[in-house]
Design a protein around this ligand. Structure first.
Ligand code: ASP
Length: 431
């Protein structure tokens, strides 16, 4: 385990020319510009729509997401087993777990407060012309009750949970296996070695897949913008601006203040080093698929212990969605204003509570925030059909909030590592 932590292998860096971060950034920009150009300047045709947008761009982009998704369950499982095996004692694990969960819940509650605060000043739903909005069809799923969510953390069948990609039960089972392996010591050395070596294989696979990230990011972004166009945005600009502002405050002010206060690390350096992961999350709109890249970047570029990040990052991808809860906070005010329904202070407090709870137990996949929004709206008696108003433009906000979601996980992980003396500051400070 220790060998893998210190060993630095970055085949991409050795190549001449641009490094991977710059390549991803360039791919993102070129993809966005080209997508907009395709949307506005290339006339609709079989070649444009079927062959290029829904053919090549779709297959290559989704193929890339799938490659990353393919790694998530085996990587999370193995690195968690290795992590908890290395930490060994349940006391330390419990301490890390409690700190992480408290941090995640507090930052989410804070995020909703920022969302509500900005929305009450900006009033995104006032002066809205309802007829100009493209409305989608809403099908509202029954929300899972808190008791079921809690029970679902314990897997009935760990293999079933792995097959479904349910993160929380996988985390519980992996931690259990790791603790037992630590207890058994040399008696179970074959199994321990297997997990350590399989973990190495998964990390190597992550590196290899990440080297084609620029191509994947380019296709994903180009297709999104080629399909989007901006006409649907016009009546929704106030709402979109409000969500974006709250996301920026959370990501670049709150997180960075917390990072500095708890670790005294340079926030600018943190953002610079973590930027490729944010861009990846932005282009894929899924926290789950970002897990391997996040763990790898935190470990190799910021000196964060893989033993801790392999626990806190997958946990965060499931229970910590600050960006999502920001969208939900603004959406509540927007929908209430659009329908002319006043919100009382008690309603606002309920929103903080339900939006914080809503993020727990749902996987970090595209658009899941819209589904859990139904639960938040119902908690204060707002019509769930209101979701139809924001559906048409949600994709772009989903991309932005996913980048914030995973940044929150990374900041928390770095802070917890610092407190557990598991942060290598030399690696962080190295350019
Ligand atoms: N796409 C988000 C994520 O994966 C979830 C959401 O807000 O819909 O974190």
């Amino acid at each position: 385990m220790a060998k893998t932590e210190t060993k630095s292998r970055n085949p991409v860096k050795k190549k001449k020319g641009m490094d991977l971060t710059t390549k991803i950034f360039v791919a993102l920009l070129v993809g966005a510009v080209l997508g907009v150009l395709i949307h506005y300047f290339v006339p609709a045709s079989y070649i444009r729509d079927t062959v290029i947008i829904e053919g090549i761009l779709y297959v290559v982009g989704q193929g890339f997401i799938r490659l990353m998704q393919m790694l998530v369950v085996p990587l999370v499982f193995c690195s968690l087993v290795c992590g908890s095996m290395a930490i060994g004692d349940t006391k330390t694990l419990g301490k890390v777990g409690v700190k992480t969960i408290v941090f995640y819940l507090c930052t989410t509650a804070l995020a909703v407060c920022i969302a509500l605060g900005t929305a009450l000043v900006i009033n995104p739903g006032i002066g809205l012309s309802m007829d100009s909005i493209q409305k989608g069809d809403v099908t509202v799923n029954e929300p899972t009750s808190v008791t079921t969510t809690l029970l679902n953390i314990i897997p009935k069948n760990p293999i079933g949970s792995m097959a479904n990609g349910d993160m929380l039960p996988i985390i519980v089972f992996a931690l259990f296996v790791g603790i037992m392996l630590a207890k058994l010591g040399s008696k179970a050395s074959t199994v321990s070695n297997f997990f350590s070596q399989f973990n190495d294989v998964m990390m190597e696979m992550t590196m290899t897949i990440m080297s084609v990230a620029p191509v994947g990011v380019f296709c994903l972004i180009c297709r999104t913008f080629a399909n989007l166009g901006f006409s649907a945005f016009k009546p929704m600009l106030k709402y979109m601006g409000n969500v974006t502002l709250a996301l920026i405050i959370q990501c670049f002010v709150i997180y960075q203040i917390l990072l500095f206060l708890f670790t005294r690390l340079n926030p600018l350096k943190f953002i610079k080093k973590f930027f490729p992961v944010m861009m990846f999350a932005f282009s894929t709109a899924t926290s789950n698929a970002t897990i391997p890249m996040s763990i790898d970047t935190l470990n190799k570029k910021m000196g964060v212990s893989k033993q801790i990040s392999s626990f806190t990052i997958p946990l965060g991808a499931t229970i910590n969605m600050d960006g999502t809860s920001i969208m939900q906070g603004v959406a509540v005010v927007f929908i209430a204003q659009a329908y002319g329904i006043p919100l009382t202070p008690a309603n606002l407090a309920t929103v903080v509570l339900t939006a914080t709870i809503a993020s727990i137990g749902t996987a970090g996949v595209p658009s899941v925030g819209l589904i859990t929004l139904a639960m938040v709206l119902s908690s204060v008696g707002l019509p769930t059909e209101g979701i139809a108003l924001i559906m048409g433009i949600d994709r772009i906000l989903d991309m932005l909030r996913t980048a914030v979601n995973i940044t929150g996980d990374a900041v928390c992980t770095t802070i917890v590592c610092q407190q557990e003396n598991a942060l290598n500051r030399d690696v962080f400070n190295k350019d």
